[in-house]
Design a protein around this ligand. Structure first.
Ligand code: ATP
Ligand code: PH2
Length: 165
């Protein structure tokens, strides 16, 4: 079994229900064990800003799947929950991004690990720092990456609540 960290986001109603169902589907997957679930945060949209606020969280799993198999499992969950790709970085029922898979470094067409934009996203770093502050990314701990964010970026990530489990 290898540890992996997955970021989830939703900005189409009912956001909480999409996140709840996505986490449940991960937990129900063969070969995936859910280890930790962060608080849910309400976050300002980054990248493409003309869209509704997101709910974001991060989970830690243990898995016997390979990175590519885990990506496929995440994409199946997105499909099952009705994800449609219309605008890059645009609205989505649910998005699952693999942040880290053990200490794997890979860069193939469909999968880059660690996730190339995770260290610049407060909506990822805040929940990840909550469940894995000492995890290292490019030689720096997650909580140190969080300290590189501006106050405005961090203020755009507010505690929303917890998923019912
Ligand atoms: N670490 C990763 N986790 C998930 N998908 C990845 C990863 N690295 C590369 N990809 C690829 O990124 C493609 C686009 O993913 P998606 O449409 O969810 O992007 P996005 O979530 O809108 O943007 P971003 O990649 O900036 O988070 C996927 O088809 C997948 O093959
Ligand atoms: N706040 C927030 N902004 C985003 C998000 C997200 O999950 N949360 N996902 C994006 C593409 O992955 C682009 N922008």
């Amino acid at each position: 079994m290898k540890p992996a960290w997955i970021a989830l986001g939703s900005n189409i109603q009912p956001k909480e229900v999409y996140l709840q169902q996505a986490v449940q589907k991960l937990a129900d997957s063969r070969n995936i064990v859910l280890k930790q679930v962060s608080t849910v945060y309400e976050t300002e949209p980054v990248g493409y800003e003309e869209q509704d606020q997101f709910l974001n969280l991060v989970v830690e799993v243990d898995t016997s799947l390979t990175p590519q198999e885990l990506l496929r499992a995440c994409q199946e969950i997105e499909q099952e929950l009705g994800r449609e790709r219309v605008i890059r970085w645009g609205p989505r029922t649910v998005d699952l991004d693999i942040l880290l898979y053990s200490n794997e470094n890979m860069n193939i067409e469909e999968l880059i690990l660690p996730h190339p934009r995770m260290h610049e996203r407060a909506f990822v770093l805040v929940p990840l720092a909550e469940i894995a502050p000492h995890l290292t990314l490019n030689g720096r701990e997650v909580k140190e990456w969080l300290e590189t964010m501006t106050a405005e970026e961090v203020q755009g990530v507010r505690v929303w609540g917890s998923l019912h489990r």
